[in-house]
Design a protein around this ligand. Structure first.
Ligand code: NAD
Ligand code: ZN
Length: 346
């Protein structure tokens, strides 16, 4: 399946084959360079290696969010220079959201920008981060605070890469699939809520509809001036929860924190918007069945509120939420009083 993003680039969902690389060859780049992290170099690269010229430079970076920083970028830029990569080269970015955000950013700034191609290898990067042109790194302890908007030349999504992805990472990415249904597509949500076992999901059908929801939103609002904020549902409280436990043993994966955030923000939606109590129950039961219960200790509340205040999406110091007016319908730019937020978290 091919989805087009405003005639700028195409998202292919299906098996990556020689035909993909024939297309890339037809673009007559001076060369290709491949970025991977230590895991995708080992587990994903072998699946496409046969399509690459033997002398393709491969730049491997350490995995994980803690390495999504300027030091890693500096190493990547140095490796590009060392490999003799020029302006007419193309970078192939093979990895999850961390690698793709960072390799896309490095490519977009190297010699004022070389073309890059995204091959997402986690569920989260397939349905979310590889679409929409947001690239960047963490800086000054703030996630994604340095970066650019820039589009890849193509996105190739091949669900085969999920075969080696740990189940907990799959569950994390699945949080964004739930979110896409809840903010924009009632039918998709109705389908999703019947899924109980993530090891038996037919990703070939779920991924395209989820990617399409994100694609349609970013097409209408590429620079997050309005509608794109719908994608923040579950993320205002979710990000605070994710940051609070980030460097502890209780660390939650992104989608797990977002699932908790979706439950709490759905409750807020019943208080401030028209979400019904039946819909709230359905969302809560489903997220709890997939993600379990995370109890929030009373003494973490002040810090969680402070983290929400810091959220870069806030204007005029009020905590900004995307809520639901119904399952499948988002309402952006909602604000809530502190007491209500505390009640939602409890
Ligand atoms: P990730 O890139 O850290 O990948 C998770 C782990 O899985 C890593 O250890 C990675 O090495 C490993 N891995 C990747 N593919 C694998 C495979 N096929 N088999 C086995 N292991 C594999 O994390 P993620 O969840 O993909 O992405 C999270 C990042 O995405 C965050 O930094 C977040 O800010 C970013 N993000 C960006 C956007 C955007 O619009 N740009 C949207 C959402 C999230
Ligand atoms: Zn997210």
């Amino acid at each position: 399946m091919i989805l087009s993003v405003a005639n700028k680039y195409e998202i292919q969902i299906g098996t990556i084959s020689q035909a993909n690389f024939d297309w890339l060859s037809s673009k007559n780049y001076a060369g290709w360079v491949l970025f991977a992290d230590e895991n995708t170099a080992e587990l994903c690269l072998p699946r496409i290696e046969e399509f690459l010229p033997e002398d393709t430079p491969v730049i491997v970076v350490p995995e994980g969010e803690l390495n999504k920083n300027l030091e890693t970028c500096q190493d990547m830029w140095e490796d590009l220079f060392a490999a003799g990569v020029g302006r007419r080269w193309c970078a192939i970015c093979l990895g999850g959201g961390v690698l793709e955000d960072m390799a896309g950013f490095v490519s977009s700034t190297y010699k004022r920008g070389i073309d890059f191609l995204q091959i997402p290898t986690t569920l989260l990067s397939m349905v979310d981060s590889s679409v929409g042109g947001k690239l960047g790194i963490d800086f000054n302890q703030v996630k994604n605070s340095i970066g650019v908007f820039n589009d890849p030349i193509a996105v190739w999504i091949d669900p085969v890469f999920l075969e080696t992805l740990p189940l907990r990472e799959i569950r994390s990415g699945y949080g964004e699939i739930i979110k896409h249904g809840l903010i924009a597509d009632r039918d998709q949500w109705d389908k999703i809520k019947t899924i109980t076992d993530l090891s038996t999901v037919d990703w070939e059908t779920i991924i395209p509809s989820s990617v399409n929801i994100k694609r349609e939103i970013v097409l209408e609002d590429p620079f997050e001036k309005g509608l794109r904020k719908a994608l923040n549902f579950g993320h205002t409280i979710g990000h605070a929860i994710e940051s609070y436990w980030l460097e502890t043993d209780l660390r939650l994966f992104h989608g797990e924190a977002v699932a908790a955030g979706m439950i709490m923000e759905s409750w807020l939606s019943t208080q401030l918007e028209a979400l019904s109590s039946d819909e709230l129950r359905e969302i809560t039961d489903y997220c709890l069945s997939m993600y379990g219960h995370q109890s929030i200790p009373e003494d973490s509340l002040p810090e969680l509120l402070a983290l929400m205040q810091q959220d870069k999406k806030n204007e005029d110091h009020r905590v900004n939420f995307t809520l639901l007016s119904a399952a499948g319908k988002a309402r952006i730019n909602a604000t809530a009083e502190e007491e209500l937020i505390v009640e939602a978290i409890r």
